[in-house]
Structures are given as structure tokens and as C-alpha cells.
Design a protein around this ligand. Structure first.
Ligand code: SF4
Length: 430
């Protein structure tokens, strides 16, 4: 026997401790339940109980209880670009990782919750010119921009150059996304979209022709046209094994609470990849009259919509945004969880008339105009002092609690970047 151990295998160090502080000699340590403490040295070999539940400490591999989320629709993905975040933190003049870009400043529908119409200049005839758009895409390739989404401002399909821009984007190594009402989608270019775009998201906020007319202020026949186009997209994608994700986005307002389930059923029937349901963002002047408390009434319907989730059809309610105003005491007042907007250099936004601004809610605010891709190279704009002076103006002078729309596009990344910029003490104790 090892002389340093007693007959129970305990070391001298354990046995030689004085009686008055010895747990054993004081009758053992009783925990609040009074239950016997399991001897971890002698774990039994039973791996599954009669009820089928695994025992702890069996180490026989994983049980998968967390369903993976294929798309992160209610959050951000900056964690996957920490090299660029670190460069930005060091003060380097980095190009945006991603850009949201309008391609027109007008639309073929008139959705009653449209925020684009509040951002000024929403008149027929203004759009990004073909040559400028192609030059922009090539500039993004030179700058190392990773993705461009043709979303926001006017309807992108109204710009006929959109389809060639998708193809050129792919050639330049840029992921392209499209957010469209889909009504005028040119189906002769469906293969180009589905082959070369990363996603196409149809903005549809009603599941019935009647609801469509009310919410999108469009003729009911257009609802049928749109459904046919979505069905064709799904069919072409499947037949050709194209990678493009096809989704539907519903903007939720009290007027369409009654459309949630019909739209969910429609999405499932059409075979699209996902339906996301988001809150309606309001402007700094509350022109759309969004009352966050109203969403409470939709909670049960939204929970029901989530039950349609399958491996093939992902239903995502953006609870983080819907609950935004009841999130914290701060948010209840419409204020934010951070005091400075840092997100605009990493997520760029460009208006449908080609003008470059730090973000959508600042479109048409001349003070923040950084350049115009219809007139100049985007590469030069991003490298210019003017561009960085505006970024600094945002940091120095914009009061996010008062000057900004609640839940703007950069909100998710702003929370993260605020943390990056304001680390707590003791960060090495991770
Ligand atoms: S926080 Fe304000 S400045 Fe920053 S992106 Fe949002 S609306 Fe624009």
C-alpha cells in the first residue's frame, strides 16, 4: 500500500487535518436536501434510466436539444467579422462589410407602413443609372465589401439594371440580396437571380387578396400574380438546385394582425424557405404612428404562426425587435441601450438616387451626405475625408435617443459595438 495514503485511499494531507476542522469528524457536510452526496469516484455504469433519460456523468456523446437556426434573422453577425471589427476599433478606415442599397426612389405599390416615403425625394424618375451601378459593384469588389443588399428606399425591380448587377456582384465575389415586393419581378431573369443571388426576400404583409389590397394598396389581381411568381421561383430553384434562399417578410401592424396565419399558411404552401415577421419601424417624428404596446395583442397569433415551423419552412418572429420598447426601462421611453451610434462605417446605406449617407433614416439630410455614386466612384467616396468626417459627425453629434428612429437597421450591431468600445473591468476573467 502506498504509505502516503490510508486504507480508504486518502492522502496524509487529508487525514492529518485537525479534528476541529475535519468535515468527516464533525459528522459530514449535510446539504439542504439532506441527500447523500454521490461518490464521483465510483459512478455506476447505468447510462439511461428506465424512463429513457440519460444519467449525468456517462459521457456517451451528445443529445441535440437545441434546434439550429439556419438564418440569423433577429440579430447580427459581426462576430464572424472580428478582423474587421478590430481594424475599425484601432481607428482604421475600413470599408463597410455590408451595404443596403436602394436602386430607385419610387415604387409601384404604396404600402401603408412605408418608411421609405418619409425619407424624402420619393418621386418617380430618380434611380441609380446602369453604368454607375456597375461601377459601384466593381468598386465594392475592390474595397472588399462582402455583401450588398438591394433593399430599402424604392422598389429595386423598377431599376432594369438590377439583374445585371446581381450577375456582376457574383462575379466580383460579393454576396447579393434582394428585398422586393416581387410584383414586377422579371421572370425571364429568374435563373440569374436564383443562381447568383444569396437571397431574395418578398415583402408581403398579407395572406389574402383583400388584405393585400388594404395593406399594399394594390389591385387584388396583383396578389395572384405575385403568388404565381413566388411558386415559379420555388419550382425553378428546386429543379436546378440553385442556392438562393427565398423568403417572405411581413411587416406587422395592427391592420394586418388578422393576416398572420393566412400568410404563414401561404408561405408553407408555396414552399418558400422562410417567413419573417417584424415590427414596423417608425420615424423620429412618429409619422407612422406605431404604438409598441399594440404588439401585445398579436402575441398569441405570432406564437401560433411559429408552430408552422418545419425543417423546410422557417417561421421567424423578430421578438427582439417586437419587444424592443418593453425590453428595459430605458427602451420603454423609446431610448436605446447605447449612447453613440458606431455602426455606420460597418453597415453602409445608399439611397435609391445614388446618394451615400451613413444610414437610411438620414437620407436627404444634407449635412450627412457623403457622396453620390451616380457622379463619383464609391471607392473614392469611401476613401475621402468627407466620408470620414460624416462618420465622425455621427459619433460626436448624433443623440441616438432623440435624433434617430427606434430600432433602425444598425441597432443590433450598435449594441455590440457599444460593448466593444466600453469594456467592463476584469475582462480577462471571461
Ligand atoms: S442610430 Fe441613428 S445615426 Fe445610427 S444608424 Fe440608427 S438612425 Fe442612423
Amino acid at each position: 500500500m502506498d504509505q502516503r495514503k490510508d486504507k480508504n485511499g486518502r492522502s496524509n494531507l487529508e487525514t492529518n487535518i485537525p479534528d476541529e476542522i475535519s468535515t468527516d469528524k464533525r459528522g459530514g457536510h449535510k446539504v439542504r436536501t439532506g441527500r447523500k452526496i454521490v461518490d464521483r469516484h465510483k459512478l455506476d455504469q447505468v447510462q439511461v434510466s428506465e424512463s429513457g433519460e440519460k444519467h449525468p456523468n456517462t459521457f456517451t456523446g451528445h443529445t441535440y436539444k437545441n434546434k439550429g437556426e439556419k438564418f440569423r434573422l433577429d440579430g447580427h453577425k459581426l462576430l464572424y467579422h472580428l478582423d474587421i471589427v478590430n481594424a475599425w476599433k484601432k481607428g482604421e478606415r475600413v470599408a463597410p462589410i455590408s451595404i443596403d442599397m436602394g436602386l430607385t426612389k419610387f415604387c409601384n405599390t404604396a404600402c401603408i407602413y412605408c418608411i421609405g416615403v418619409t425619407q424624402g425625394g420619393f418621386s418617380r424618375g430618380s434611380m441609380i443609372e446602369r453604368d454607375a451601378l456597375m461601377r459601384f459593384i466593381e468598386d465594392c469588389g475592390r474595397l472588399g465589401v462582402k455583401s450588398v443588399a438591394f433593399i430599402g428606399d424604392g422598389e429595386p425591380t423598377m431599376n432594369p439594371a438590377m439583374y445585371d448587377a446581381i450577375v456582376l456582384g457574383k462575379k466580383n465575389g460579393i454576396d447579393i440580396g434582394i428585398g422586393t415586393n416581387g410584383i414586377e419581378l422579371d421572370m425571364s431573369r429568374a435563373h440569374d437571380i436564383l443562381r447568383d443571388a444569396t437571397y431574395i426576400r418578398i415583402n408581403l404583409s398579407a395572406g389574402t387578396p383583400k388584405g393585400f389590397k388594404k395593406i399594399h394598396q394594390s389591385p387584388v389581381e396583383k396578389f395572384d400574380t405575385l403568388c404565381e411568381k413566388m411558386a415559379s421561383l420555388v419550382k425553378i430553384k428546386k429543379e436546378n438546385d440553385y442556392p438562393c434562399t427565398i423568403g417572405i417578410q411581413m411587416v406587422l401592424i395592427p391592420e394586418n394582425f388578422g393576416e398572420v396565419i393566412s400568410l404563414t399558411e401561404l408561405g408553407a404552401k408555396l414552399g418558400v424557405d422562410y417567413l419573417q415577421i417584424k415590427q414596423c419601424s417608425d420615424t423620429e417624428y412618429k409619422e407612422l404612428g406605431v404604438n409598441p404596446a399594440d404588439y401585445e395583442r398579436a402575441r398569441d397569433i405570432l406564437k401560433k404562426a411559429e408552430t408552422y415551423n418545419t425543417d423546410e419552412f422557417f417561421v421567424k418572429v423578430k421578438w427582439n425587435k417586437i419587444d424592443i420598447l418593453s425590453d428595459t426601462e430605458n427602451y420603454k421611453g423609446g431610448f436605446r441601450k447605447y449612447d453613440i451610434c458606431y455602426g455606420t462605417p460597418l453597415l453602409g446605406q445608399i439611397s435609391g438616387n445614388g446618394k451615400v449617407y451613413p444610414c437610411g433614416p438620414f437620407f436627404e439630410k444634407q449635412r450627412f451626405l457623403m457622396g453620390d455614386v451616380n457622379k463619383e466612384s464609391y471607392y473614392d467616396i469611401v476613401k475621402s475625408d468627407k466620408y470620414w468626417e460624416v462618420q465622425q459627425d455621427i459619433i460626436d453629434n448624433v443623440d441616438v435617443h432623440y435624433d434617430c428612429t427606434v430600432g433602425c437597421r444598425q441597432d443590433y450591431i450598435n449594441k455590440f459595438l457599444w460593448d466593444v468600445k466600453n469594456p467592463p473591468d476584469h475582462t480577462n476573467f471571461i
